[in-house]
Design a protein around this ligand. Structure first.
Ligand code: TYD
Length: 201
């Protein structure tokens, strides 16, 4: 899968500041004229739209296996249409959520996280770096609640604690954990330093 740019993934539960850091990194890299593309999952494609619907109206009768298959179909499209083409143009690809989210969130429904990772790794390129953002789940929930009108079935405390536990269990060498208690500026500086080291520029 290589001959390519760099795949840098931002993971963690909502309210940890990962999306803010992902956007800031895009602006920073653009400013210093390093070719960059930023994507997010779920995407805005057809499967991503179906997923966003269950995020607002709830899971209803959808089984956990069906839910998993939607996230995987959405990712297949993202890999084919967005991620691989940008990597092939030697860009730095910043990705707001990827298959570690699937292993953690759908794993927290009782599916096997390792099996979910294996299934994804068959078609999705391995990240060069994955930042897993971490903050106390109670804190994340109150941040989510103050920024949204209602919280979805993906944002309940017990469920998020289980999601967090699975995020904690990943230990691949490209994973770095980011403590969200530091300031936005400090975290950004830390990530810039790491990315410069990673890409060697
Ligand atoms: P999120 O990044 O929070 O999107 P938004 O900022 O638009 O709300 O993603 C939506 C939710 O989808 C989030 O609660 C995590 C969940 N999710 C999964 O359950 N599995 C996955 O594979 C992905 C990518 C996301």
């Amino acid at each position: 899968m290589s001959g390519r740019g760099w795949l840098i993934v931002f993971e963690g539960i909502d309210g940890t500041g990962k999306s803010t850091q992902c956007r800031e990194m895009e602006s920073y890299l653009k400013n210093i004229k390093i070719p960059v593309a930023r994507f997010r999952e779920p995407t805005d494609g057809i499967w991503g739209q179906k997923i966003r619907e269950i995020l607002t109206v709830g899971r209803g009768n959808l089984t956990r296996e069906e839910e998993l298959s939607w996230f995987i179909k959405d990712r297949r499209e993202d890999v084919k249409n967005n991620i691989l083409p940008a990597l092939n143009l030697n860009k730095i690809v910043l990705l707001d959520r990827y298959y570690y989210s699937t292993a953690a969130y759908q794993g927290a429904l009782g599916l096997d996280p390792k099996e979910i990772l294996r299934e994804n790794e068959k078609f999705a390129p391995t990240p060069d770096r994955t930042y897993i953002f971490k903050a106390p789940t109670e804190e994340c929930l109150s941040r989510i609640k103050s920024s949204r009108e209602s919280n979805s079935s993906f944002e309940k405390l017990d469920y998020l604690n289980q999601v967090q536990k699975i995020f904690n269990s990943f230990n691949e060498s490209h994973i770095k954990r980011i403590r969200s208690s530091e300031t936005i500026e400090d975290i950004h500086a830390q990530l810039c330093e790491d990315i410069h080291q990673l890409i060697g520029v």
